[in-house]
Design a protein. Sequence first.
Length: 117
Amino acid sequence: QVQLVESGGGLVQAGGSLRLSCAASARTFSRYTMGWFLQAPGKERERVAEISWSGRTDYKDSVKGRFTITRDNAKNTVYLQMNSLKPEDTAVYYCTARIGQADFVFWGQGTQVTVSS
């Protein structure tokens, strides 16, 4: 079992920045692929970014160049640095984890990000 706890959400003006953090309880954290998803009101949850155990990253097209996912295996923590935020980035952001190419099965409770125009 992996427990995930997100922090760092909040209210920010368009063009601003936020850094989300996700602390994981897993003893073998370094083996997990970690990801961030978002869910806007009335919409499906969608993948924002993910980082593999080896550090390979992948991003949703609309956040490329603005968001950066990183991990600190010594701290069992994954981060999402969000710059140049837009009102359309407003959503609940969820941290998630999986092993290899399996489905993402471990989820945090989510943290609200609101970007005002």
